[in-house]
Each structure stands twice: as structure tokens, then as C-alpha cells.
Design a protein around this ligand. Structure first.
Ligand code: NAP
Length: 259
């Protein structure tokens, strides 16, 4: 299926590894030119070079912390006018809510709520003027079903989801959409570090914890960044203009609701 976005330009935040990289790759495969970002230069440049080589699209790498105003300014200077924006950043740390002070809450809200909102604000009006825009926020299955030790994520991402639920309906008439992709367990560095902290807390090995986690999922496996990227590319496609303000859970069926 041709996604109808060849020649478009996308910003993919936090796109050097994991789910962001999966999205960048799926968009590159559709002929989308990319501006990708991460803090670490080495992995970012390696991903950019790999995507350029394999997909013959233009890939600009912007090394910065997207959760800071300076980082976002650098990213937008490289690409002030994207057709597609994939919002993503690292997730907040796990823990007990008694240990999180105001600073921890401000950091989580800045990274996982304010940052995507600021990038949407900076780009959405030109998408509206052009009558095409696709914005995908990578959040978490925790938005649908809170994860007890990820309270910072549950809270900050729910805030973003609430804001875009309203905004997405205000701008849909201009063929500009905003949707959320809510990952369950995908095999990335983030998951591996969560499994390691689970192993430490329980006294089990990382392999034991990973096996139990796989078996607890209806698919009995973790998701892949390629699967995640394919869903993102479809939401960014020319065909997806009627998918508005949705929060699509990609979790192998782990969320047990009928709807
Ligand atoms: P990952 O494999 O650890 O990759 C994170 C990517 O984000 C890297 O490219 C990293 O590069 C970049 N990054 C992190 N902080 C950044 C920042 N402040 N500015 C710019 N780039 C930044 O993580 P992932 O699994 O893809 O997770 C992506 C998002 O989905 C996270 O918010 C995570 O919490 C959420 N999520 C993941 C899962 C899962 O199972 N994987 C489940 C639910 C939710 P640098 O470190 O070099 O900056």
C-alpha cells in the first residue's frame, strides 16, 4: 500500500534508537525526508547514515535534548515547517511516589507533556495553512491502564493526552490530525532497563523476569520497533485523515478490555 507521503518532511524526536528509530525507518521507507533527534551524537549519526544509505531520503541529524527549550529551538531551526511530527522522548524513571519531589514532577511534565505541546504549537499552524499535517505522540499503555511504579509517566502522559484530545478536534477540518500511539512492552533499551530494575527488586535473573513478562502477554512475546514504526507510518499517511484524536494501544492485547 502506498502511504501517499513520498517527498514529505518529518521531524522524529528521540529517533536514534528504539521506537523513535522504528518510526523514522518506516517513514524513510515511504520516501519521507527526515529530521531526527537524540542527545547522543554517535548513535544518532549512525542511524541517520544508515537510513540515508538504505532509503535514499534526506536525513538531517540534530543532536540536542528535546526536553529543553534550547533543544527544541535547535530542532525547529533545522526544520521549521514539517508535514509530520512524531513526538517522543525518554520516559520518566520508575519508583515510589513518596520519593518524587517537585523537581521530579516538573521534569516528567516538561519531558512528556510540555515538550510535545510546545512542538505542536510551533508547527501546527503551518500544517493548517498547507491543509496537511500528521502528528503522532508516542506515549504509553500507562495512559490507558496505569502502571503502579510509573506514576510520573501515568500522570504526565495523561496530561498530554487530555490536551490533544481537545486540540485534535479543533484542527481536524484542516486535514491535520493528532493521535497517540500507546506502546506496551517493546523490545528496546528502555524495556531492557525496566526488566533489569524488576530483576533487582525481585532477586530473580533478568532472563527469568523477561520470560515471565513475555508469557503474561497474549502474544507471548515483546513487540518490535518495526511493528511500532509501521503503525506510525499509517497514522502519518495520506489515508489516515479520518483518524482523529485516537489513542491506539499497541500491546499485544495485554489490556484486557472488550473495547
Ligand atoms: P529507548 O530504546 O531507550 O530509546 C530512547 C530514544 O530516545 C533514544 O534514541 C534516546 O537517545 C532518545 N532520547 C531519550 N531522551 C531524550 C531527550 N531528552 N532528547 C532527545 N532524545 C532523547 O526507548 P523506547 O523504548 O524507544 O521508548 C520511547 C518512549 O516510549 C519512551 O518515552 C518510553 O518511556 C515509552 N515507552 C516505551 C515502552 C517500551 O516497552 N519500549 C513501553 C511504554 C512506553 P539519547 O539517549 O541519545 O538521547
Amino acid at each position: 500500500m502506498d502511504m501517499g507521503i513520498k517527498g514529505r518532511t518529518a521531524i522524529v524526536c528521540a529517533g536514534s534508537k528504539g521506537l523513535g528509530k522504528g518510526c523514522a525507518e518506516a517513514l524513510a521507507a515511504e520516501g519521507v525526508n527526515l529530521v531526527i533527534n537524540a542527545r547522543g551524537v554517535e548513535a544518532l549519526e549512525a542511524t541517520a547514515a544508515d537510513l540515508r544509505k538504505r532509503y535514499s531520503v534526506k536525513v538531517t541529524a540534530v543532536a540536542c535534548d528535546v526536553t529543553t527549550a534550547e533543544g527544541r529551538a535547535k530542532l525547529l531551526a533545522a526544520c521549521p515547517d514539517p508535514d509530520i511530527l512524531v513526538n517522543n522522548a525518554g520516559g520518566p524513571p520508575p519508583g515510589d511516589f513518596r520519593d518524587w519531589d517537585e523537581k521530579a514532577w516538573h521534569a516528567a511534565v516538561e519531558a512528556n507533556m510540555v515538550t510535545p505541546i510546545m512542538l505542536i504549537k510551533a508547527t501546527v499552524d503551518r500544517m493548517i495553512a498547507r491543509k496537511f499535517g500528521r502528528i503522532v505522540n508516542i506515549t504509553s499503555a500507562a495512559v490507558k491502564s496505569p502502571i503502579p511504579n510509573l506514576g510520573l509517566s501515568n500522570g504526565a502522559r495523561a496530561g498530554l493526552t487530555g490536551f490533544v484530545a481537545g486540540l485534535s478536534r479543533q484542527i481536524a477540518k484542516h486535514n491535520v490530525t493528532i493521535n497517540g500511539l500507546l506502546p506496551g512492552p517493546f523490545e528496546t533499551d528502555r524495556l531492557r532497563s525496566m526488566l533489569a530494575s524488576g530483576a533487582k527488586a525481585s532477586g530473580k535473573s533478568v532472563d527469568e523476569v523477561a520470560d515471565a513478562r513475555r508469557k503474561s502477554n497474549p502474544t507471548e512475546r515483546f513487540g518490535t520497533a518495526e511493528e511500532f514504526g509501521a503503525a506510525c507510518a499509517f497514522l502519518c499517511s495520506a489515508h489516515a485523515g479520518y483518524i482523529v484524536g485516537q489513542n491506539i494501544v499497541l500491546d499485544g492485547g495485554a489490556f484486557g478490555g472488550t473495547l
